[in-house]
Write a protein that binds this ligand. Sequence first.
Ligand SMILES: [Fe+2]
Length: 315
Amino acid sequence: MKYAIISDIHGNATALKAVLEDVKNKGITDYIIAGDYCLSGPYPDECISIIRNLKNAHIIRGNEEQYLENLIGQNQESWTDGQMQISYWCYRNISKENLDYLFSLPHIIDFYCNGVNIHIAHSKNAFLGEDGPEEKIRSDVLAYEFKDKSLTPERLEEFVETSIKNNSDYDKTLRNLDAGVYIFGHMHIQWDYEDKDKKIFLVNPGSCGLPLDGVTGTIPYTILDISDAGKVTVEKCRIPFDTEEYIEVLKTTTQYYEANVWSKVIIKELRSAKEHLTFFLQFANKYAEEINDTRRPLAVDTWEKAFELWEKENL
Ligand SMILES: [Fe+2]
């Protein structure tokens, strides 16, 4: 039994369609979809419609879906800040049917396949806690450690192996898990890890829409193969992606105008396949504190000024 595992699409329907085409060409008809279908890319509604129409799919929700659900019932006239512009734009550009669908999705799915336990959650914290052996495998850590160089899948794999094995919490955390496959997204880094003794597989397919694992010009997804006898095989896949073409289209959308600062930060992430948003948010909050602006979410004037200063620092 083969499953295509796809996660963190973030409104990038172009990448999603390219991945689904690749999956179809490989003859795979079953899917595991691990959350974050919208926010940051210009086609959230199309992404959700595509996901909704997948047959044979195990689908959960991510933290971005949760953000949108939190907006239900709010007075849209009060939506005047800068920090949340992307969420407001997104909420207004998803059909009622698709929003209802998102909010009907479960947070966690567990099922058996050929005698193997499979667990799906958007965040690895559901399985490993906050300080598991994989704590160094973060997009901000990667961006810092590989500041001046791009990553190859091989270098990324080495980084993952070393980070996990060198962690003193390895046994403590994995000892608590039962044998099985643990699938999660959220980190935007494609990686997997097998503990042969404990028959535990950790699988993150990376982000099909906004990869932050330093590997530029590609979109990742992962194939999970479980034989009739219960043998588990994990295969990481990457398909070529024309990032610049996608960016040019993004710049023509209403998202780019209505959530301009956010879109510009996302463009930096798309180009480098590295984390920038976390650093910008830290910078903007520090700037707000320095000018004694207590308005949260950050107001438009502070948000835009912070971006202007941050860009100058990061030229
Ligand atoms: Fe995400």
